[in-house]
Design a protein around this ligand. Structure first.
Ligand SMILES: N[C@@H](CCC(=O)N[C@@H](CS)C(=O)NCC(=O)O)C(=O)O
Length: 203
């Protein structure tokens, strides 16, 4: 099994963490869709990482689909519950966390546009999504240790990965003081070996 990923993608990090938590062997192939010689568009027509290549040569994308595939391999710990409705609820947490990451990525790309092309209005529009998304995640978590069920699941991983991405790209945003209710869960997950081993390189 091969995972094509960039080292800074939050979606790819989510998958690397799942692979580590489940101790599934895989080869990490570093590829960036922004590089001229990238293989990504030949495997994913959307031209995005991550892409998972199975041992049989099947390509899976995007990250929620890859997470679903990895669950079918049956390796412990289960990161999705047995029940269909409970699974939808975990997927909702994941979708909200991924959506916050989508908005943060869009804000970053906009902020990197040259002077005269950059829209501060667009950046603010994306940060409204980040802010609303984090507020809703904080509300949903309340004082519980996990978003869904009584053990770490896919939703918890997705949320912590998104918060880690905000630390990487927007350290001044300071989600900890804006949404302190998310901090205990995030710090617990950041301390896990799977998170430590997949931290993005600085820069
Ligand atoms: N929904 C996708 C998002 C993947 C994504 O946006 N990846 C970014 C890197 S963080 C990418 O490859 N962008 C290249 C592009 O949009 O052309 C997923 O969950 O896998």
């Amino acid at each position: 099994m091969k995972l094509l990923a960039s080292l800074t993608s939050p979606y790819a990090r989510k998958i690397r963490i799942i692979l580590a938590e489940k101790a599934l062997p895989f080869e990490l192939v570093i590829d960036s869709p922004w590089e001229a010689n990238t293989r990504i568009p030949s495997l994913n027509p959307l031209g995005k990482v991550p892409v998972l290549l199975t041992a049989e040569g099947e390509a899976f994308f995007d990250s929620p689909v890859i997470a679903g595939y990895l669950e079918t391999l049956g390796a412990a710990p289960a990161l999705l519950p047995a029940g269909a409705l409970e699974t939808v609820r975990v997927r909702q947490t994941e979708a909200l966390a991924d959506g916050v990451a989508d908005a943060a990525v869009a804000a970053l790309l906009e902020s990197r546009r040259p002077d005269g092309e950059r829209s501060e209005r667009e950046i603010a529009h994306q940060f409204d999504k980040v802010e609303r998304g984090l507020a809703e995640l904080e509300r949903r978590l309340g004082h519980r240790p996990w978003f869904n069920g009584d053990a770490m699941q896919l939703g918890d991983i997705a949320v912590a990965v998104t918060l880690g991405y905000l630390d990487l790209r927007f350290p001044d945003f300071d989600w900890r003081s804006r949404h302190p209710g998310l901090q205990p869960l995030a710090e617990r997950l950041f301390a896990r070996a799977s998170f430590a081993a997949t931290q993005a390189p600085a820069g």
